[in-house]
Design a protein around this ligand. Structure first.
Ligand code: NZQ
Ligand code: ZN
Length: 390
């Protein structure tokens, strides 16, 4: 049975190949100083930066630039952004990039007017900003599909000094006020990152799907989204310039993690917890870290979650029952997942990401553990999953 919930998602989305034109209207809602956060240069090479800066200038904004937001943004870079924002009386933070830049912008927005140790309060203690605290508004021009950061309040930051990557999901005040999603902007994403994004989307849905056995609408939505993603991913890998496939992937990414699918049900997220830790140690693309630990994790989860894995096999992968036992059907579903991952070229081991056996105690140590969908893992279990993923 669906649990009780309140649903409110304040992010306004503009979707499509002409969506950037709406930035001009949005800018009217904010004061004159815009902090423009972007990454390591892709937006300059593909021309998106020039388009955005032209719109900002036309709107008469003062632009404060903060380039160099790296993939898997660090605490050190967060401190830098907070300092810049404090020195410049920012009215709006505009994120120009993928999930990293968007996450980072929300993290800066939350921290600028917090007088204490924001890392400790928001990420280590997982607290929300006080009601009275001022939070800066964030807008996002998304250039890569995957995280759902454009329509959620997630912010994942890496403390590189302590090899610790941790996410905090803020309350809805930190969701982007608006996000601009132009699928054409994703066409220049390197193949490796496109595939990482595709598996990130898949895994966001799986993290919310693999829990409970009740009959609820969310699971049917999840199955539809997974089917669409699998279909479009096959087309996009063959032809990355296929607009139809890329636009479907971008839209699926948003719905995979914009707070809808997990409503009223238990969720999992342990693949993400292990993946984040692998990411802190290897600096691999986020989606790759999830792919590399998934088979070992889901094989273990399947033992407790058999009926859901049978449903996954039948409703997502169209595997006929054909007199098979429940175990055989569920196994075929997992095999189909693995075959698809191999087909689109995802890594299936952490070794491919640069992890070595001697890192396992460290990766285990920095993995955040809590009761998951079908498993209640100990640190020993995590170590075992990592060994099986080598
Ligand atoms: O540095 P730039 O120049 O921006 O290059 C990026 C980066 O190297 C490049 N890229 C992005 N758009 C491009 C492009 N290159 C060419 N053309 C374009 N149009 O791609 C690389 C990866 O970008 P990044 O933003 O790091 O990828 P992604 O969107 O996967 O974001 C990953 C971060 O999001 C966090 C991850 O942990 C990681 O830190 N997550 C955030 C979540 C959330 N907010 O809810 C949930 C996720 O599970 C995830 O944890
Ligand atoms: Zn993810």
């Amino acid at each position: 049975m669906l649990g009780n919930f309140t649903y409110h998602n304040p992010t306004k989305l503009y979707f499509g190949d002409d969506s950037l034109k709406f930035l001009k209207d949005e800018l009217k809602n904010y004061g004159p100083v815009v902090l423009l956060n972007y990454g390591s240069g892709s937006v300059k090479r593909n021309g998106i930066y020039d388009q955005v800066v032209a719109i900002l200038k036309e709107a008469g904004k003062t632009i404060v630039e903060n380039p160099g937001v790296m993939s898997n943004p660090t605490l050190e870079k967060l401190n830098e952004g907070v300092k810049i924002a404090r020195e410049n009386q920012i009215d709006l933070i505009l994120a120009l990039g993928g999930g990293s830049v968007c996450d980072y912008s929300k993290a800066v927005a939350a921290s600028v007017y917090y007088e204490g140790d924001y890392w400790d309060k928001f990420w280590l203690r997982q607290e929300q900003p006080d009601e009275k605290q001022r939070l800066l508004p964030v807008g996002c021009v998304l250039t890569m599909a995957g995280t759902g950061s454009e329509m959620n309040a997630g912010t994942v930051i890496t403390d590189a000094e302590h090899t610790f990557k941790v996410g905090h999901v803020f309350d809805s005040r930190l969701m982007p006020k608006f996000s601009i999603l132009n699928p054409r902007f994703t066409m220049t994403v390197p193949q490796e990152q496109m595939k990482a994004g595709i598996y990130d989307i898949m895994n966001h849905i799986m993290e919310q799907y693999f829990s409970d056995f009740d009959d609820n609408t969310s699971d049917y939505l999840s199955e539809g989204l997974m089917r669409s993603l699998i279909h479009s991913s096959r087309i996009a890998v063959r032809n990355p310039q296929d607009y139809e496939a890329r636009s479907n992937i971008m839209w699926t990414a948003t719905w995979a993690l914009n707070t809808l699918l997990g409503l009223g049900k238990k969720e999992d997220w342990m693949v993400h917890m292990i993946g984040h830790s692998v990411g802190a140690w290897t600096h691999a693309p986020h989606g790759y870290t999830l792919a590399a630990v998934s088979m070992a994790y889901y094989r273990r989860a399947m033992k407790n979650g058999l009926p859901k894995f049978v449903r996954f096999a039948r409703n997502v992968w169209d595997i006929p029952a054909d007199g098979l036992s429940e175990e055989e059907l569920a196994e075929k579903g997992l095999q189909a997942l693995k075959d698809w991952m191999l087909e689109i070229g995802l890594p299936l081991t952490i070794t491919e990401l640069g992890a070595t056996p001697d890192m396992i105690p460290g990766i285990t140590g920095t993995t955040v553990v809590y009761p998951a969908g079908y498993l209640d893992l100990t640190k020993d279990d995590i170590a075992q999953i990592l060994k099986e993923s080598l």
